[in-house]
Design a protein around this ligand. Structure first.
Ligand code: HPA
Length: 257
């Protein structure tokens, strides 16, 4: 383990390719980790992969649990607690998201600058153990400004322009209606998705610094007259995977220095 502890990475729908690029890696299936809630969504193979990117120790969670699968907020954040147990203090969360901001295009990567929790639940609900984290965690830098700065610089060096955006989390599993998308835009959302926010809350509670990266897999409902289908989300993930792999591979060494 390096001085700073391993860097955690959570890979979203269709974005699992990075897990296969780690050096000196070892993998275990979630099913073999006691207590792990198993994911059912297509595009979520469900493995914990440990390995190296350059000199950085990395632990990748390829596949996550979602509320729409019926898991509780505690269950969907189980992986983040597991990463904390393994020494992770710096975390990269990736997801597939619908683009609400009119300037976005499918296939674009966006740095999450903040979120709006419309899930109606919070993973920290219930009794609190002050030894683990504060009752009322601060969320004013939930997606580390310093990490975003690094990611933007690294992106530039790779020829990528990485805009920032606010991610709104909705429960799903139905996609939004066009009216809901207009509402989300009006309240300041640039991106919409069904994950990440519980993990970000848990990670901040546990004292981690978070970098959030959304892959705009589709324009949100009603924006281009097309129906939304999960296959499109996975296909766009497939198209953008090389770019995401390159970005993660270049960002991670910068997060430990
Ligand atoms: N809405 C919600 N979640 C999503 C979308 C979307 O349009 N695309 C990918 N995840």
């Amino acid at each position: 383990m390096s001085e700073t502890g391993p860097i955690g990475v959570v890979l979203g729908s269709g974005l699992g390719a990075f897990a296969d690029t780690l050096c000196r890696s070892s993998a275990m299936f979630y099913a073999d980790i006691p207590g792990w809630p198993l994911s059912t969504a297509i595009g979520h193979p469900g493995r914990l992969v440990s390995g190296k990117v350059g000199s950085a120790d990395v632990i990748v969670l390829a596949g996550r649990a979602h509320l729409y699968e019926g898991y509780t907020p505690k269950q969907v954040t189980f992986g983040i607690y597991e990463l904390a147990r393994r020494g992770v203090r710096r975390l990269i969360l990736t997801n597939a998201a619908g683009g609400i901001n009119l300037a976005y295009r499918p296939g674009q990567l966006v740095l999450i600058s903040d979120h709006i929790n419309l899930l109606g639940v919070n993973p920290l609900t219930g009794p609190n153990d002050e030894a683990v984290g504060p009752r009322f965690p601060d969320m004013s830098d939930a997606y580390s400004r310093a990490f975003r700065e690094i990611a933007r610089e690294v992106g530039e060096s790779l020829g990528l322009t990485l805009p920032e955006g606010v991610y709104a989390a909705v429960p799903g599993p139905s996609y939004e209606t066009p009216a809901e998308i207009r509402y989300l835009r009006a309240i300041g959302a640039d991106l919409v998705g069904m994950s990440t926010v519980p993990e970000t809350i848990a990670a901040n509670y546990l004292g981690m610094k978070v970098l959030g990266i959304s892959c705009v897999t589709n324009m949100a409902a009603g924006m281009n007259g097309q129906k939304l289908v999960h296959e499109e989300v996975l296909e766009t993930g497939e198209q953008v995977k090389e770019t995401l792999v390159a970005l993660l591979g270049a960002v991670i060494p910068r997060l430990i220095s």
